[in-house]
Design a protein around this ligand. Structure first.
Ligand SMILES: [Ca+2]
Ligand SMILES: [Ca+2]
Ligand SMILES: [Ca+2]
Length: 266
C-alpha cells in the first residue's frame, strides 16, 4: 500500500512535468530579465527569451508596464529567429550602437525600471508571457503572472529555474541570479509523448536534467537547480531499487529515499 502511494506521487509529478514542459515549449517565453545594473544601466541590460529553435519572433513585442500607474513602455518590436540553443537575447545598446552584453541577437534602446514593475512579451495584442517583480501595494499595477518575483538587487537578474518550464507563477518560476547569464540557461528535458504516458503511469523515472549549451563548456547551475537535480538523481536510484532492476548501478548502496516520498502518518 505504501508503495502504491509513492507511485501515485511519482505519476502525478511526472504528468505535471510533462504537461508544463509541453505547454511552455509551444510559445516563446521570457527566460531572464536584467533590468538594473551596478552603476549606469546603459548598454548593460538584456532580456533573454526561450523557445523552440527556429521560431520567428516577427510580430512579438517586449514591453515594460509601469507599476506606479500601469503605463506601457518602453516597447520593443522583435525580429529574428530563436537560435539552435533555444534562446534569443535582446540587448540594450548605447547611443553609439554598441552593447556590453556578452551575447546579443538583437540590439534595441530600452531600460526597464526597478520594481515594482512588470515586463511582458506579447504577440500583437496577445500577451504570451509576463514577469512582475517587486512588492506591489494595493494601488500599484501588477502585470505579471501569479505572485510577483522578488526585486533583483543591482547587478542581479531574474531568471527561470528552467528556461522552458512555465507554471505561470513568477514567484515559483523565477529566482535571482547574482551573475546574469545572457544566452545561457538550463533546460528541462521535454518528454516524448510516449514517455509522458509512461511517466503518467508511474513506469518511468523523472526525466529532468540540465541541457548543455553546444557552444559552452557547461552552463552555470545555481544551488537551487543543483538541489533539484540531486533530488531527481536520488529518486531514480531509489526507483531502480524498488522495481528490482539488476543493473550494475543498483549494486552500489542506494542513497536515502527522498523526503517527499515518505507517506505522511496521521
Ligand atoms: Ca533599469
Ligand atoms: Ca507564463
Ligand atoms: Ca540566461
Amino acid at each position: 500500500m505504501v508503495r502504491i502511494v509513492r507511485w501515485r506521487r511519482v505519476a502525478l509529478l511526472g504528468l505535471m512535468l510533462g504537461i508544463v514542459a509541453a505547454r511552455a515549449d509551444a510559445t516563446p517565453i521570457l527566460s531572464e530579465v536584467f533590468y538594473d545594473a551596478v552603476g549606469a544601466d546603459d548598454a548593460q541590460l538584456f532580456v533573454e527569451i526561450a523557445g523552440s529553435p527556429g521560431t520567428s519572433l516577427e510580430g512579438f513585442l517586449l514591453e515594460g508596464i509601469n507599476g506606479a500607474n500601469g503605463a506601457a513602455g518602453p516597447t520593443i518590436a522583435l525580429s529574428g529567429v530563436i537560435g539552435a540553443n533555444g534562446l534569443f537575447v535582446v540587448a540594450d545598446r548605447s547611443s553609439d550602437g554598441s552593447t556590453a552584453v556578452a551575447v546579443a541577437d538583437l540590439l534595441a534602446n530600452f531600460d526597464f525600471q526597478n520594481g515594482p514593475d512588470s515586463v511582458i512579451l506579447r504577440q500583437g495584442e496577445n500577451i504570451v508571457d509576463a514577469l512582475g517583480y517587486g512588492v506591489f501595494s494595493m494601488s500599484e499595477v501588477f502585470a505579471g503572472e501569479g505572485q510577483p518575483a522578488p526585486d533583483a538587487e543591482p547587478g542581479s537578474s531574474l531568471a527561470r529555474l528552467f528556461a522552458n518550464l512555465d507554471s505561470d507563477d513568477n514567484q515559483s518560476d523565477f529566482r535571482v541570479l547574482a551573475a546574469p547569464t545572457p544566452g545561457v540557461a538550463a533546460f528541462a528535458l521535454v518528454p516524448e509523448p510516449g514517455v509522458s504516458l509512461m511517466l503518467g503511469l508511474g513506469l518511468s523515472g523523472l526525466s529532468l536534467a540540465g541541457r548543455r549549451q553546444p557552444h559552452r563548456s557547461r552552463p552555470t547551475l545555481r544551488p537551487s537547480t543543483e538541489s533539484i537535480r540531486g533530488l531527481i538523481r536520488r529518486s531514480r536510484a531509489w526507483q531502480r531499487r524498488s522495481t528490482g532492476t539488476t543493473s550494475a548501478r543498483v549494486e552500489r548502496p542506494a542513497p536515502e529515499r527522498p523526503g517527499f516520498w515518505t507517506p505522511s502518518r496521521s
